[in-house]
Design a protein around this ligand. Structure first.
Ligand code: CS2
Length: 493
């Protein structure tokens, strides 16, 4: 039985100040925890209205039944847990289709909240795909079905960009100053990306409606970028069982690591919580932090995920306990990722890398590799490919770990893991991925077909013979000798 330090919630918000899109485990364990600290210190005007746009109606219903109260269990290791009670979420909504139907009341409540002058910020954790952008170019995908729907019925929006545009339209019409939009997803320049999505959608709607909303948004709305970091595995039965052992019977509870970081560009014209009092770094430019985290942490995660699943591992801590996997990650961080970074002042990349390995080895978290492997098409560019392009522009490019990762990802997307079990890869581009597998007649044509997916791979990279050659060689080795042997070969080079 671990040692438990318990913090009960003592305060409740006075009103909603922030609307949050994407009520997943990460939001409950990250933004809501920072706001709880603000709340306990007397900042009561920043209550959350947190909304699920697509899935998990049950969570919303469960949270409502508990008046928004839930628990976060922060595991330092198997022996030490901090248990926090959270009351920062004053309202939970669901605007997806529950049992085939939109919940109409929740959508109108959400639109009211977006319009209310007391709402001064909208934060988002809708995952990379929730922005409906092409991962390589960052342009809005007008062929995305939810965007197409939002163009038909813009006043009943379903997508995150659609909701932001409609919320801002209503505010302008009511003479209310705009809210700031704060993306908390793992994308490079996430503020600029969501801004581009919102403005592109607004422009298209302006053409339909003869309006000039896009110009107003471009002029008036702040879209600060941010870097978020905390490892929060998806909740499963086992995690709930462990919490029950600690006396926590709470369907909305989440389990995470102790570590937490948030770096935010300080651009909130209508005001913001005093996050800085609780460890949030408020900066002028988040780029160095974001790039470092994406390439070092998330890049390593994705390597662990694809190589790990194909080598038969199940969780992150199990994978890094393997010496060859640990050597792969260590080498990737030091030789491939770190040299491509402009580091934030005072950060030592070697110390950062060591700290990451310690975090990955936390075996009190059951962080499944298959969870990280989801949506690879949306993640690869910023995690691996931007760094590989920097390497290839230099004199002595180091790309072997990324090439092994891409080869493992190609095998992974065929839908059979290292233990021979079949699975359905979860990815918005799954149909394209499967078609490319089916149509390829040789290993070389498979690599050409996969690297030819321009939504993921920039043409310059796909056309680079060194990159293509390294991926093909790694894939050939995986197919001939198995993932474990290919990994061993990689670490011995
Ligand atoms: C992970 C991230 O699932 C994934 O893709 O790499 O969720 C990761 O755990 C967080 O970004 C850590 O801050």
């Amino acid at each position: 039985m671990p040692e438990v330090e318990h913090f009960e919630a003592e305060a409740a918000p006075e009103r909603i100040g922030i609307v949050h899109l994407g009520l997943g485990a990460f939001h409950r364990a990250h933004q809501a925890v920072y706001l709880q600290h603000c709340l306990e210190a007397g900042q009561r005007e920043w209550g959350l209205c947190s909304v699920n746009l697509r899935a998990n109606h049950a969570l919303v219903t469960g949270l409502r039944a508990q008046q928004g109260r839930y628990h976060v269990a922060e595991y330092r290791d198997r022996e030490h847990v901090t248990l926090r009670e959270i009351t920062a979420i004053c309202e939970a909504l669901f605007t997806g289709r529950g049992a085939g139907e939109v919940v109409p009341d929740d959508l109108s409540v959400l639109l009211e909240r977006l319009e209310a002058p007391s709402t001064r910020i909208v934060t988002l954790t809708v995952t990379e795909k929730g922005y409906c952008l092409s991962p390589a170019s960052g342009r809005l995908r007008f062929d995305d079905p939810t965007i197409a729907e939002d163009l038909e019925t813009p006043e009943q929006p379903r997508s995150a960009p659609g909701l932001l545009v409609e919320g801002l339209r209503r505010r302008r019409a009511a003479g209310v100053v705009p809210f700031a939009v704060l993306s908390c997803d793992n994308m490079p320049s996430n503020g600029r990306r969501v801004r581009a999505a919102v403005i592109e959608l607004a422009q298209r709607l302006d053409e339909q409606r003869g309006d000039d909303l896009a110009d107003w948004i471009a002029r008036e709305v702040a879209f600060p970028s941010s870097m978020v970091d905390r490892i929060v595995p998806a909740m499963d039965e086992r995690a709930h069982r462990e919490l029950a052992g600690l006396g926590v019977d709470d369907p909305a509870a989440v389990t995470c690591e102790v570590y937490s970081q948030w770096v935010i560009e300080d651009d909130f014209p209508a005001g913001r919580p005093d996050w800085a009092a609780f460890g949030v770094e408020m900066v002028a430019d988040v780029t160095p932090f974001e790039t470092m985290k994406l390439r070092m942490l998330n890049g390593s995660h994705s390597l662990l995920a694809y190589v790990g699943v194909m080598a038969g591992f199940e969780t992150v801590s199990e994978a890094v306990a393997d010496p060859a996997m640990a050597a792969l990650i260590h080498g990737y961080m030091h030789d491939e990722a770190a040299p491509t970074l402009t580091l934030p002042v005072g950060v030592d990349p070697a110390a950062y890398a060591e700290r990451l390995l310690v975090r990955f080895s936390n075996d009190s978290l059951h962080h499944r590799l298959q969870q990280i492997a989801m949506d690879g098409s949306q993640k690869l560019p910023q995690r691996w490919l931007h760094g590989a392009r920097c390497q290839l522009a230099g004199e002595r490019p180091r790309i072997a770990a990324v090439a092994l990762g891409v080869a493992a990802w190609i095998r992974y997307t065929a839908g059979r893991d290292g233990r021979g079990e079949l699975f359905e890869p979860s990815d918005p581009l799954v149909v394209t991925l499967q078609a490319r597998h089916r149509q390829s007649t040789s290993l070389a044509s498979l690599v050409t077909a996969m690297l030819g997916i321009t939504e993921i791979f920039p043409v310059e990279l796909a056309d680079d013979a060194r990159f293509y050659g390294a991926v093909l060689e790694a894939l050939d080795r995986i197919d001939r000798y198995g993932m474990a042997a290919a990994l061993q070969y990689h670490v011995e080079q």
